[in-house]
Design a protein around this ligand. Structure first.
Ligand code: XMP
Length: 326
């Protein structure tokens, strides 16, 4: 395969005007490539796939078929936002698949982190394949490949990303963002009218909350994690940390400790806060969250989330700790 190289003459897209030029060029390019054929896209709701979707909707509207697979491991409100933005507001051809049971049944009892990842990745491809097989007349597959993916992995979407090209699918690829860096993708996304919080969201691993619900995932603990994470994100947002901190989340280990709630013994899980800063995710430092805010988050999580009775803060940089726990 021919190596894709960004031309040195290509200007960095930093303004809405430059983004608009890029969008116009790409619309013409996509129309030329695709003609009147149909294009399939796995739309996770992450920055890259969302920007590809918005661009293709502009270029070929209903010739694009988006498939959003909810693997049950997304953050609170995410699947709803995908449906709202793309189906309701952009009038996209969107197939929403709630595959929660398929994933959680396969993951039941599985504690090994890499096995969990493999199950999630494999199941994702199977669900996507099942949906693709129901459709007819699709010639193209769109992907949110960006330039760092090409630099890091020779043209294939990064190794551990859920949602890569399913093997054995004979589609031609549409990859309109393949020469862009992440910051440029964001500028283009805003120029396409995507919500700011969708375009500037923190990185989120493909296997989602699956690698933060530590050990063997149970539905009740996953739900507690999702609620606690939503509180952390809300408080970071209110207190101006959401766009300052590179990545922040909750992890919930699979053991309980004894506590006391409403005057009674209350055995619950711990919610562990992790908030890190980095530029390349290879090493990371700890964000020093003000204690007052930690107290507020602790109060809210222990009072609002069923099953949680303690909050801890992880202050381990990378190395030695990785960013995720699993
Ligand atoms: P670690 O935990 O290796 O994480 O320090 C570095 C960055 O990669 C993300 N990450 C993943 N992303 N699939 C992904 O798409 C994965 O399996 C995965 N594991 C870690 C992590 O969130 C962090 O941003």
């Amino acid at each position: 395969m021919e190596k894709i190289v960004r031309p040195e003459s290509m200007e960095r897209i930093t303004t809405p005007e430059l983004a608009k030029n890029f969008i116009e060029e790409q619309i013409a390019e996509i129309k030329k490539q695709v003609g009147n054929k149909k294009v399939l896209l796995a739309l996770s709701g992450g920055v890259d796939s969302s920007v590809v979707a918005a661009l293709l909707i502009k270029a070929i509207s209903k010739q694009l078929v988006c498939v959003h697979v909810n693997h049950g491991l997304l953050r609170k409100g995410e699947p709803e936002q995908v449906v709202k933005v793309f189906r309701d507001e952009m009038d996209a051809n969107l197939i929403y698949v709630d595959a929660t049971d398929r994933f959680l049944d396969k993951l039941a009892g599985v504690a090994d982190p890499e096995t969990k990842r493999k199950i999630i990745g494999k199941e994702f491809i199977e669900v996507f394949n099942d949906e693709a097989n129901k459709l007819e007349g699709i010639d193209f597959l769109a992907q949110g490949t960006i330039y760092p993916d090409i630099l890091e992995s020779d043209g294939v979407k990064a190794h551990h990303n859920v949602g890569g090209l399913p093997e054995g699918m004979k589609f031609k690829l549409v990859e309109p963002l393949k020469l862009l860096y992440k910051d440029e993708v964001r500028v283009v996304g805003e120029a396409l009218g995507l919500p700011h919080d969708m375009v500037y969201r923190q990185p989120f691993p493909g296997p989602g909350l699956g690698v933060r619900c530590l050990g063997a995932i149970t539905r009740d603990r996953l739900e507690a994690l999702r609620e606690a994470d939503a509180i952390l994100r809300e408080e970071f947002d209110i207190n101006g940390l959401a766009e300052k901190v590179w990545q922040y989340f909750i992890a919930v280990p699979d053991f309980k400790s004894v506590g006391v709630k409403d005057g009674k013994r209350y055995e619950g899980w711990a919610a562990i806060i992790r908030a890190v800063n980095t530029t390349d995710a290879m090493s990371a430092t700890i964000e020093e969250i003000p204690y007052e805010l930690i107290h507020k988050i602790t109060y809210r999580i222990t009072h609002e989330v069923e099953g949680i009775n303690r909050v801890m803060v992880d202050v381990t940089p990378k190395p030695v700790g990785t960013i995720e726990f699993e």
